[in-house]
Design a protein around this ligand. Structure first.
Ligand SMILES: NC(=O)C1=CN([C@@H]2O[C@H](COP(=O)(O)OP(=O)(O)OC[C@H]3O[C@@H](n4cnc5c(N)ncnc54)[C@H](OP(=O)(O)O)[C@@H]3O)[C@@H](O)[C@H]2O)[C@@H](O)CC1
Ligand SMILES: Nc1ncnc2c1ncn2[C@@H]1O[C@H](COP(=O)(O)OP(=O)(O)O)[C@@H](O)[C@H]1O
Ligand SMILES: [K+]
Length: 527
């Protein structure tokens, strides 16, 4: 299920389903609460599990009342703790509270700290909490008795299921507003929200279940979402098996410009990433002072150009660029390239070439240092991809990395639409934005990948996928997804920290085989 919607889009879909399509909000809420109760029943033995459902004022609380009524009907020991103010309940919450009470349900009211303290026994007796405090309507920090309740439940270590999103997590950014629940399961309604996939929200939501509450496809079509996430079904649609008659010329010829003497390993890692992802041919342009290049795959065609230990590339290197561009189908530049004035002149020349361009690391630093290069980059009539980490992104956008991290999706989309470039904003919760403003959140990857050289491998993977003809809007998120899956595979099989970016590169063929190739096309060359 790759569709994702923001809180405002989800609210607009809910409204349109009610007002235009004619399906009442009460039915949507009934479906949400009933399906949540079903999922709870699947995971916990109802008769042996005292359940306390925590309801807020809003419609998220409304879902909680419905869930409570179904669980009660199925024989569960269930109570509701109303943490919101009884007089402020939404209309549908009020109706569903009354139905729950008619069915014999018990309600404890705790709308301030002292009342909450009076219900300590009920909190202690519960074995499972259901969090229906706030959903997509959370719009400010969680404070006061709501914060006390959240912290008490979290610190109890007992099982917790959140309805729609863990309360305290902002649905659009994944940020914690004040304090937040950490759930074992989150049951979301309609479509998943960005906060389910963006850290720290992703780490707070446990197993995610997406429930169809009856938002009709016509409404989704009318209010389209410009967000999605990566998943295996999506990946399988993109990579197709090679024709038996294919040859190396079908899979592109990359010119990789990388590897000043101090950072020559970056060139090796990017080259390995590109070849392990299936690039047809790869030529590497490095300064002669960077030789030897230990670990460089013998498949790489090596072109040494003018350079020295101080600046990396020198001005004589510029003369080689035109020759080296001859016959290439894609250029990737930046890993360990250096930021000398000679490197800037090389980048200027590359920006003029009529080929797809992937710019990473020092190429991004050069764009930030030379506004005229950034302007040139924005005016390119050919595909350009920029792959910044938050620090590089901050320099490109002349802001701080804290500001970028405030809303990663907004930052990536804003730069992509302003610059006309594809943007891959890396880090925990990598996002890929297109110049048209579509954004895909990458769902793979782990903190074990936070090692120097990891981004160089990713740059190579991206160049390798694009060289094979994948359009940038698919190749950019797929490269990050495959890179993250390779990291996840190593974290699981080797250990969560200490595996190397070079090992990530060498794991790519296995990931492509297991995740991206549909099973019926898995074994080329075998009967
Ligand atoms: N038909 C539909 O629409 C459907 C909706 N559905 C469900 O509804 C949910 C959205 O409901 P919603 O819009 O009522 O918002 P919700 O998440 O309950 O929160 C708003 C309440 O919280 C309060 N509040 C906010 N922040 C606060 C804070 N920090 N500290 C304290 N209070 C705070 C805010 O108070 P106020 O700002 O008014 O003072 C208001 O009372 C959605 O996530 C899904 O679960 C499903 O049933 C499917 C059909
Ligand atoms: N906490 C994390 N969770 C998931 N992926 C991460 C995390 N930290 C780093 N990564 C990934 O590792 C790579 C690091 O890239 P980058 O910062 O450019 O590294 P370098 O410049 O050292 O090669 C990116 O793909 C990034 O998304
Ligand atoms: K919730």
């Amino acid at each position: 299920m790759a569709r994702i919607v923001t809180a405002s889009t989800m609210a607009a879909m809910d409204r349109a389903t009610m007002d235009e399509f004619g399906l009442p909000g009460r039915i949507l809420m009934e479906t949400a609460g009933r399906e949540a109760a079903r999922i709870i029943r699947q995971h916990y033995p109802l008769r042996d599990t005292p359940i306390l459902i925590l309801c807020g004022n809003g419609n998220n609380g409304g879902d909680g009342w419905v869930t409570a009524r179904y669980l009660l009907g199925w024989g569960a020991q269930v109570s509701v703790l109303l943490a919101g103010s009884p007089e402020k309940l939404t209309q549908n919450s009020l109706i569903n509270r009354s139905l729950y009470e008619k069915a014999g349900g018990c309600v404890l009211t705790a709308d301030n700290d002292s009342r909450l303290a009076g219900h300590r026994g009920a909190l202690q007796r519960a074995a499972l909490f259901v969090d229906a405090l706030f959903g997509i309507g959370l719009d400010r920090d969680v404070k006061g008795h709501f914060a006390t309740l959240t912290d008490t439940v979290r610190e109890s270590g007992k099982s917790l299921i959140s309805l729609d999103i863990p309360s305290g997590i902002h649905a659009d950014t994944g940020h914690v507003l004040g304090t937040a629940f950490r759930s074992d399961h989150t049951i979301t309604f309609g479509f998943a929200k960005p906060g389910h996939f963006l850290e720290p929200g992703r780490s707070h939501r446990g197993i995610l279940h997406t429930v169809d509450i009856g938002i009709p496809e016509v409404i989704y079509g009318k209010i389209p979402s410009d967000l999605a996430c990566t998943d295996p079904e999506w990946a399988k649609e993109i990579l197709t098996m090679r024709s038996p008659e294919s040859h190396k010329g079908n899979f592109g010829h990359i010119l990789l410009v990388a590897g000043a003497p101090d950072t020559r390993g970056a060139a090796v890692l990017a080259a390995t990433g590109a070849l392990r992802s299936g690039a047809g041919l790869l030529s590497l342009m490095v300064p002669e002072a960077s030789l030897p290049l230990p670990g460089i795959p013998p498949e790489v065609m090596l072109h040494t150009v003018g350079g020295n230990n101080r600046t990396g590339f020198d001005d004589t290197a510029l003369q080689s660029v035109a020759d080296l561009l001859e016959g290439k189908t894609l250029v990737a530049a930046g890993p360990g390239m250096g930021t000398s004035s000679s490197a800037a002149r090389i980048l200027q020349r590359l920006l003029d070439c009529p080929l797809p361009l992937v710019l990473d690391a020092d190429a991004l630093n050069l764009l930030a240092l030379h506004p005229e290069l950034m302007e040139k980059c924005c005016r390119r009539p050919h595909t350009t991809v920029l792959t910044p980490h938050p620090g590089e992104m901050a320099r490109l956008c002349q802001t701080s990395s804290t500001a970028i991290q405030q809303d990663r999706i907004a930052a990536a989309v804003c730069l992509a639409t302003d610059s006309g470039c594809h943007i891959l904003l890396k880090g925990a919760s990598t996002v890929a934005a297109t110049p048209e403003g579509f954004c895909r959140i990458v769902t793979s990857g782990n903190p074990g990948m936070a090692t120097g050289g990891s981004g160089d491998v990713l740059c190579g993977i991206l160049a390798g996928l694009m060289a094979q003809g994948l359009p940038a809007d698919e190749a950019v998120p797929l490269a990050a997804y495959v890179h993250g899956l390779a990291g996840d595979h190593l974290a699981k099989n080797k250990g969560p920290i200490g595996y190397l970016p070079s090992e990530v590169a060498h794991t790519i063929p296995r990931i492509i085989q297991t995740t991206c190739i549909p099973p019926n096309r898995e074994n080329p060359g075998h009967e």
